[in-house]
Write a protein that binds this ligand. Structure first.
Ligand SMILES: NC(=O)c1ccc[n+]([C@@H]2O[C@H](COP(=O)([O-])OP(=O)(O)OC[C@H]3O[C@@H](n4cnc5c(N)ncnc54)[C@H](O)[C@@H]3O)[C@@H](O)[C@H]2O)c1
Length: 306
């Protein structure tokens, strides 16, 4: 039995909710947004889609956060998206205020739920939500980059994407790093192939901005990928995914992605299996995350006082 709450019914929230539901990961869904009628009309859309597919899922679209109760998992995509040219980190203060508010309200009615953060800057929002709610929170992190990387290599080398393995880690966004020691093509190290690694890294960093510039937001890629995270948790699939789980660093909880077993319970992280260079990159990402995060928390404090 898997009850999933979706907080935020915007572009990405709708795509994730739909994809999770058609994949069989959800038995009951509550979809919440602050825009009047939006979740309710989205509920109608879903019911129409389920009618043709013969899907029997209890679904409710609502403007009342009180309806989000008794969930096994709560997926948070509520918040401002970036505009062309913006960095995800520019969204910190605005979206952190939303997370602080949700952190106060969601836990009482959803004891024991796992929280999955989607709103950007996603890893820092997971840390903010967990700091203020004290609830176990994971971030969709670099699983999105991981699939972008695999798809690009598959196209470049003209191999099926199912023959490409490997992960991207670090902070979701411009600072994500391809963990090259994990990348295999046809079960062989990627170095056996004629592949320009810089081109791969560049693609992973730049393609979301390009999609936002032309389409207005990323939806189907991350929507489907994040739905698979929900599915791996709710069906206990134990897939290895590059998500960010909470880690203590200098007394703060931070979220930085590494390949992790994702099932009914989350973990272990497979970081220790990476080569030295990749582990160095992850450690550098944690340090960088911590410094920027502390700075952003100060800005948040000032904004709250103003
Ligand atoms: N992690 C990822 O891979 C990924 C991918 C795409 C988008 N995102 C992020 O997800 C967030 C949403 O993106 P989008 O494209 O769906 O934007 P959007 O503007 O289409 O939707 C955002 C929704 O959040 C709602 N909202 C705002 N405050 C709320 C609150 N307090 N409670 C409930 N709902 C609230 C808005 O009403 C809106 O419907 C952004 O921060 C974006 O950067 C992350």
């Amino acid at each position: 039995m898997s009850k999933v709450g979706f907080i935020g019914a915007g572009k990405i929230g709708q795509t994730i909710a739909y994809s999770a539901m058609v994949s069989g990961a959800v038995d009951e869904a509550i979809i919440y947004d602050i825009i009047p009628e939006l979740p309710e009309k989205y509920e109608h859309e879903l019911r129409h889609a389920f009618a043709t597919k013969g899907i029997k899922i209890e679904v409710l679209g609502t403007n009342s956060l009180d309806d989000v109760a008794g969930m096994d998992m709560v997926v948070i995509s509520a918040g401002k998206p970036r505009k062309p040219g913006m960095s995800r980190r520019d969204l910190f203060v605005d979206n952190a205020k939303i997370m602080m508010d949700l952190a106060q309200k969601l836990p009482q009615k959803n004891p024991g739920a796992i929280y999955l953060m989607v709103a950007n800057p996603v890893d820092m929002m997971a840390s903010v939500f967990m700091k203020f709610s004290k609830q176990f929170t994971i971030s969709a992190g670099d699983q999105v980059e991981t699939m972008r990387m695999r798809s690009f290599i598959a196209k470049k080398l003209k191999v099926p994407v199912t023959r490409v393995d490997g992960f991207v880690g670090g902070e979701h966004g411009e600072d994500a790093v391809v963990l090259w020691s994990t990348v295999k093509v046809n079960r062989e190290p990627v170095e056996k192939y004629n592949l320009n690694k810089d081109e791969v890294s560049d693609y992973v960093k730049k393609i979301p901005g390009e999609i936002i510039r032309v389409i207005g937001g990323t939806t189907w890629g991350p929507g489907t990928i994040i739905a698979d995270i929900i599915k791996s948790v709710s069906l206990g699939e134990n897939r290895v995914m590059s998500i960010a789980t909470p880690k203590e660093y200098e007394g703060e909880i931070i979220h930085v992605s590494a390949p992790t077993v994702v099932g009914a319970s989350i973990g272990p992280s497979l970081e220790s299996l990476l080569d030295e260079k990749d582990r160095w990159h992850l450690n550098a990402a944690m340090k960088d995350f911590y410094e920027v995060y502390k700075e952003n928390l100060k800005q948040l404090e000032q904004a709250l006082k103003a």
